[in-house]
Design a protein. Structure first.
Length: 158
């Protein structure tokens, strides 16, 4: 893949990729930007070996997903969501917290359930495409979707 081809593919898939990462990062735009940048660098450095241009979006999503998981492994638990809830309660007019309830519910899902839900509902990926992106079997993805839906339903109705 040439540099120009890479840039064209990035421009086509950039909005969907950023939307996916933003949701995966629970609304943390700076973290989503960092993961997107790292993902694009990794993709660019290995694009010479990539030959199937029709699968570019799935390829970059997989790189982004793996970069996100690597980032999460390096973090230690902290109470950022509790702080955000406190700030949101003080100033409910702030549009940054428009989706805070959804992000809070997504945070309580396992990373696999969250990814399956986001890829299926936000990106419109099929179960087979999600399985390829997350390196899971199709039956595992179905199970993650089912569990994720049940968990979200319970969290959002309370």
């Amino acid at each position: 893949m040439t540099r120009e081809d890479f840039i064209t593919h990035v421009e086509r898939s950039q909005k969907a990729f950023r939307r996916f990462l933003l949701a995966l990062c629970l609304g943390d735009a700076s973290l989503a930007d960092d993961i997107a940048q790292d993902s694009y660098v990794k993709a660019y450095l290995s694009c010479d070996g990539f030959s199937n241009a029709d699968k570019f979006e799935a390829w970059i999503f997989k790189i982004g997903y793996n970069t996100f998981l690597n980032h999460k492994r390096c973090l230690h638990p902290f109470s950022e969501m509790e702080e955000a809830r406190h700030v949101a309660a003080e100033d409910s007019s702030d549009s940054r917290f428009q989706y805070q309830e959804l992000y809070s519910a997504l945070e309580q899902l396992t990373p696999k359930e969250r990814s399956a839900i986001l890829l299926f509902y936000m990106q419109g990926y099929s179960i087979k495409e999600i399985a390829e992106t997350t390196d899971a079997s199709e039956s595992s993805v179905r199970q993650q979707l089912t569990r994720g839906r049940i968990h979200l339903r319970g969290l959002l109705t309370n």
